[in-house]
Design a protein around this ligand. Structure first.
Ligand SMILES: CC(C)(COP(=O)(O)OP(=O)(O)OC[C@H]1O[C@@H](n2cnc3c(N)ncnc32)[C@H](O)[C@@H]1OP(=O)(O)O)[C@@H](O)C(=O)NCCC(=O)NCCS
Length: 190
């Protein structure tokens, strides 16, 4: 009985949410390794990640899956300013085990509890994953999302997709109902 209890604790998987300051060196190393492996880019320098929240699915000290929320603000659109959260860095170390979905469920809770809009950009091949996680997707709007000062950001927009969840500001609903460009303060590769 007692050993079963300890066995369960030993193998428990949980999503923990941390800011950069609270990440251990091992967690940073694991995030960086995963980013290099999956996206062929290292994490940005620490000073550029101070305002991010990191979502980590951990078992003992191993990071099984990860994701991030970062402020993308302000987004100027149709004479309004919006303060949304970018969803990025979603990686499952082992695929097809529900690890990615666990991260997205925690991100969804975070957004819903705060009534915030969350937006991410992904490859078309991952569209179904985000839909399974309860997010809406759109493949027609990409060329309207531009980074401040650029005409068009996505050279290969046919293979990309937007996934999102609207908060109180109904940002994406407004974007869908107005043909203007959406001017982002940072490039949409978060
Ligand atoms: C995309 C990724 C995070 C998915 O994580 P995962 O742990 O393999 O996915 P899960 O096992 O949690 O799958 C959740 C559900 O989505 C489905 N799913 C997973 N990947 C899918 C895909 N590419 N297309 C359609 N459905 C998918 C699963 O079948 C599952 O469905 P179910 O709930 O009906 O059982 C993972 O494949 C990954 O790390 N890819 C490499 C990095 C990457 O491209 N990240 C996305 C950046 S935008």
């Amino acid at each position: 009985m007692v050993s079963t209890f300890y066995a369960k604790i030993f193998f428990v998987k949980q999503v923990i949410i941390k800011t950069l300051q609270n990440l251990t060196d091992s967690e940073i190393d694991q995030l960086n390794e995963a980013s290099e492996r999956e996206f062929k880019v290292s994490l940005p320098p620490k000073e550029k990640m101070l305002d991010r929240h990191f979502f980590l699915l951990e078992q003992r000290k191993e990071v099984l899956a990860m994701g991030q929320l970062l402020p993308v603000e302000p987004i100027k659109f149709n004479s309004e300013e919006f303060f949304v959260l970018g969803i990025g860095g979603i990686i499952a170390k082992q695929k097809g085990k529900g690890y990615g979905k666990a991260i997205m469920a925690a991100i969804k809770d975070w957004l819903v509890n705060r009534n915030k809009t969350g937006i991410g950009f992904c490859k078309l091949k991952n569209k179904g994953f985000y839909e399974k996680c309860g997010f809406l997707t759109n493949i027609d709007l990409l060329n309207r999302f531009v980074y401040l000062g650029t005409e068009k950001f996505y050279a290969d927009s046919e293979n990309e997709c937007i996934f999102y969840m609207d908060g109180n500001d109904q940002f994406m609903e407004k974007v869908l109902n107005n043909p203007d460009q959406v001017v982002l303060p940072i490039p949409p590769v978060w």
